[in-house]
Ligand binder design. Structure first.
Ligand code: PAF
Length: 289
């Protein structure tokens, strides 16, 4: 495994692989890797010949009062996990390499970036879209792998890739969860023992709503109310919304299209997000022809 910090060297190494006809996969991360990231690397390894994991805590996606300075970092551990996972290249640029002096061009996502997290983290998806676009240009992968836990991020990145004609296949993989259901996240590390126990309320709420949906309920208010009952152990609910899985607009009752229940909540000072998609069974005849 190679660790590369400069775009010039990365281009050279990846360029040679591409010339040799190899398919290149990118797993963009901010480090402090967990099983979720490793599942993305594993998928990339299966679908591509060369897997690049980027590790860069991107300052432009953090708001002024957010956790940029305290975001968990452990580069040596990340390198070891990547090596064990069969990753070919760790790309770990510093801030100056990604945002050199004079940098002033951003990617501005549209409507998909406005609801949910977009309403509470102004500029967040602008920062995400910008850095992902830059990483796509730096690495020039054939495919890039993202986790469904960041549901809105996946939607924004897919839209950007399409709108800007970026020749990258965006692959989304299911959320990886702890045995009790908590979605894996680097930010789980902020939770003390008591907070960690309460955090499971998030996935319980989503699962309760999904059970209700599977039992036949298609009523948006009912599904949200079922979830809400389970969220009492959390300190502050930022949003709990059932949205159309494609447009991210509020879902309408009765549900007729795939919808995703999304939640953002604080436990102590830690903000966690999670979501669960409710897919309607395809009825006979649908999709035929
Ligand atoms: O999901 C993340 O870790 C980040 O938002 C990403 C995609 C690496 C961009 O900084």
């Amino acid at each position: 495994m190679q660790t590369i910090t400069s775009v010039a060297e990365l281009r050279q190494v990846v360029g040679l692989a591409r010339k040799a006809g190899k398919r290149v996969g990118l797993v963009p991360t901010m480090g402090y890797l967990h099983e979720g990231h490793l599942a993305l690397a594993e998928a990339s390894r299966k679908q591509c010949d060369v897997t690049v994991v980027s590790i860069f805590v991107n300052p432009t996606q953090f708001g002024a009062n957010e956790d940029l300075s305290t975001y968990p970092r452990d580069f040596q551990r990340d390198e070891r996990l990547c090596r064990d996972a069969g990753v070919a290249i760790v790309f770990a640029p510093d801030n100056k390499e990604v945002y050199p002096e004079g940098f002033e061009t951003f990617v501005e996502p549209g409507e998909l970036a406005k609801p949910l997290c977009g309403g509470f983290r102004p500029g967040h998806f602008r920062g995400v879209a910008t850095v992902v676009c830059k990483l796509f240009n730096m690495v020039q992968p054939d495919a890039a792998f993202f986790g469904q836990k960041d549901f809105q991020q996946c939607a924004v990145v897919r839209r950007m890739t399409k709108d800007l004609n970026l020749p990258v296949e965006v692959v989304t993989l299911p959320t990886v969860r702890e045995p009790d259901g908590l979605a894996m996240s680097s930010r789980n590390r902020y939770l003390n023992e008591q907070e960690r126990q309460r955090a499971v309320a998030i996935s319980r709420a989503l699962l309760a709503a999904q059970d209700e949906f599977r039992s036949g309920s298609r009523d948006v208010r009912n599904l949200i109310a079922i979830a809400e009952k389970h969220l009492k152990p959390l300190d502050k609910l930022q949003y709990l919304e059932l949205v159309d899985s494609e447009t991210l607009e509020p879902a309408e009752s009765p549900l007729k299209r795939s919808a995703t229940l999304c939640v953002a909540a604080y436990i102590g000072s830690t903000r966690l997000i999670d979501n669960m998609t409710m897919d309607l069974p395809v009825s006979i005849g649908e999709g035929a022809g």
